[in-house]
Design a protein around this ligand. Structure first.
Ligand code: 13P
Ligand code: SF4
Length: 342
């Protein structure tokens, strides 16, 4: 049978004994979650990315949902949305490559307008960010005059520019309470807002946005998982529906879930969130058994090692934010960061 070469794609980088030796310590780190047969595909990209980012004074920020070869082998800073926002603002590197989704790259640019922020695939979006526009916020202002608006960081710069303050899943309750008012609009994630409402006396007005990854979990699924497994610990992200959160032993951000495993060392655990999260936490805690019912985020999975390398080589795709929007959006993000520092 004849096969035709696809000439539109660059030829994959070659694996060699020198690359095998150079990357061996990195493979040792991820051997539990990356099959050996895959390593010759990843290793040449890892070696080249690490070389190039040193040469270019670039840093790679990677969200907890990135695949283990990105998260553990090329990233300089890893964590939840809050950590990436904080650390992106602190870095002295001239170039930031965001191994995450578009709103994360925009947040990095808003906080560091003088830096070059690159996203390896500009199509890496987010169903929450897509669920609301700046015009929607202006309409909400008319409908609820004087009620402060808290926006999840999973929103566009345009939306951040219109709201009073941002929050992440790690600090949403603290941010709402920091405003010292009886009523707050918390958007766009309906489930995160409902979760916040269970933790505060402040009246919460919600929006109807959902994360396409977390909304697919059900309480019934968790109950079935627990059958015959008395010692199973269930950790869930607050973007999950309420019937899922009601079944969880702990609810928290991706960093919160990771910290829970580090502090409590459960024998057997399940993380009700995106698939790569368990792989990345498992690398750190090999003694813990992870059950893996998970849902993939198609946006996070657009980021791959070859695309990160291409982003560095071609300095694309650069994330740009209109300076006026960036200035107003920065106020909302910095107000959030200031609450954490109090
Ligand atoms: P955190 O990492 O902030 O918990 O957010 C989860 C998420 O869905 C990001 O896209
Ligand atoms: Fe957005 Fe959900 Fe994907 Fe996070 S997991 S980027 S909230 S779609």
């Amino acid at each position: 049978m004849l096969t035709t070469l696809d000439r539109s794609r660059p030829a994959p980088l070659a694996y060699s004994p020198a690359i095998a030796a150079e990357t061996a310590p990195l493979y040792a780190r991820v051997a539990r979650v990356v099959p050996q047969i895959e390593w010759p595909v990843h290793a040449p990209y890892i070696a080249e990315i690490n070389r190039l980012k040193r040469e270019m004074n670039a840093v790679i920020l990677a969200h907890n949902y990135q695949t283990p070869e990105i998260f553990n082998c090329v990233a300089d800073v890893v964590g939840d949305s809050l950590t990436l926002a904080r650390e992106g603002a602190k870095t002295t590197a001239g170039t930031i490559v965001m191994a995450g989704v578009h709103f994360m790259a925009e947040t990095a640019k808003i906080l560091s307008p003088e830096k070059t922020v690159l996203i390896p695939d500009a199509r890496a979006g987010c169903s929450l960010a897509e669920s609301i526009t700046a015009a929607d916020i202006r309409l909400l202002r008319q409908r609820y005059p004087g009620v402060p608006i808290v926006a999840y960081v999973n929103t566009s710069a345009d939306v951040k520019a219109e709201v009073d303050i941002c929050c992440t899943s790690a600090n949403a309750v603290e941010i709402v309470e920091s405003l010292g008012v009886p009523e707050v609009i918390c958007l766009p994630d309906e489930y995160l807002a409902q979760y916040v409402a269970t933790k505060t006396k402040v009246k919460i007005i919600t929006w109807h946005g959902h994360c396409e990854v977390h909304e697919r979990f059900t309480g019934e699924e968790i109950r079935r998982l627990r059958e015959g497994q008395d010692n199973l610990i269930v950790l869930a992200h607050p973007e999950c529906p309420q019937d899922v959160l009601a079944e969880a032993d702990y609810v928290g951000s991706t960093a919160g879930m990771s910290d829970y495993v580090g502090i409590h060392h459960p024998k057997r655990v399940v993380l009700i969130t995106e698939c790569s999260m368990s792989d990345n936490v498992a690398v750190q805690y090999p003694e813990v058994e992870f059950l893996r019912p998970c849902n993939l985020c198609p946006h996070m999975k657009r980021i791959t090692l070859p695309k990160i390398l291409a982003a560095l080589q071609t300095r694309t795709t650069e994330v740009l934010v209109d300076p006026d929007i960036a200035l107003r959006a920065r106020r909302s993000v910095e107000r959030m960061l200031a609450v954490g520092r109090r």
